[in-house]
Unconditional design. Sequence first.
Length: 126
Amino acid sequence: MPSTPPVPLVIAHRGDSAAHPENTLASFAAALEIGAAIIEFDVHLTRDGEVVVIHDPKVDRTTDGHGIIKQMTLADIRRLSAGYPTRFGSTYLGQKVPTLAETLGLLHERAKAMIEIKPEAVTDDA
């Protein structure tokens, strides 16, 4: 009797980052829609102790702002668009850098979270 081939495990790196701004709720929601079982994302700590979901230690590449995350407050980061304007133009202008709590809330009972804690987020290295 032929065996059924195994179903591949879909892990979405920074969400559906091919079609949406990475590490945003839009990217994570799209990854869920295409059947991702695991969503991988990165976290950093803000100056006021909030955990935000973003890859780089600076907001410069994927937002419309500039600065080092650990020197910024959550309020500072919330003022930025995380729509990755250099890649997506104004299409995702309203996207914000999500908090860990918001991200886990979206994924709850829908997918597992694979959280990468960046070394510079928890050390004095820049």
